[in-house]
Design a protein around this ligand. Structure first.
Ligand SMILES: [Zn+2]
Length: 172
């Protein structure tokens, strides 16, 4: 089932999410719903608070090559174990901040540990777009958005555009 995605500004996008204590079937269904919502958007990552669920759960799939099988990842309680000193700049966007893009500098490689949907502890190093995406999504679990990395003026400009968009959507 697809969920609607919260648009910034929303207090739920600014909160720190709670760790998942037990993997239940309900949470697995939620993860599947999040993947469906992400692919439908379309997007390459989605965090639970973006659909108003305050749990530490993210989904992502940065495989973009045509004709290649999708590579969905479901991460409960994801944690960055280590990050490289080398950085990378990507033009980022966010499903909660539609049609707004800006360059963000982040560590180029990150080692991430998480619980997969079967409750197994996984650990993997990500680079390229995957590294940027996983950092962006984990930020969501701590109430942080990519625009928080931008200069205040730029951030305010984007926030005002989103407030206007939300007013327009509320009218329809
Ligand atoms: Zn986002």
């Amino acid at each position: 089932m697809k969920h609607s995605i919260l648009i910034h500004p929303d207090p739920r996008l600014k909160k720190v999410c709670a760790s998942v204590a037990d993997l239940s079937d309900k949470l697995r269904v939620l993860a599947d719903d999040m993947l469906e919502t992400m692919y439908g958007a379309p997007g390459i990552g989605l965090a639970a608070p973006q659909i108003g669920v305050m749990d530490r759960l993210i989904v992502l799939d940065c495989e973009k090559e045509e004709g290649v099988a999708p590579k969905p990842l479901v991460m409960f309680n994801p944690e960055i174990i280590s990050s490289s000193d080398e950085t990378n700049v990507y033009e980022e966007g966010c499903l909660s901040i539609p049609d707004q893009y800006a360059e963000v500098t982040r560590p180029r490689d990150v080692e991430v540990q998480w619980l997969d949907r079967d409750g197994n502890l996984q650990r993997q190093t990500f680079d390229g777009l995957w590294a940027t995406c996983v950092q962006h999504e984990i930020d969501h679990l701590d109430g942080k958005l990519f625009i928080d990395y931008l200069k205040p003026l730029k951030r305010q400009m984007i926030t005002r555009k989103m407030q206007k968009l939300k007013r327009e959507l509320a009218r329809d």
